[in-house]
Write a new protein. Structure first.
Length: 46
């Protein structure tokens, strides 16, 4: 989507934003997966 706006704009202004989004998405996915498996273990134990 940002590539349509312009390569220079993407690489300079949007690169930090994209990095933050990717890192945040990875953190959310990791925490979500960890919480899911922790939940599964808890239900199996009970």
């Amino acid at each position: 989507m940002f590539i349509l706006v312009g390569g220079s704009i993407m690489t300079t202004d949007f690169l930090p934003v994209i990095l933050v989004l990717v890192v945040g998405w990875l953190l959310a996915a990791t925490l979500g997966t960890w919480a899911y498996f922790a939940n599964e273990k808890n239900t199996e134990s009970n």
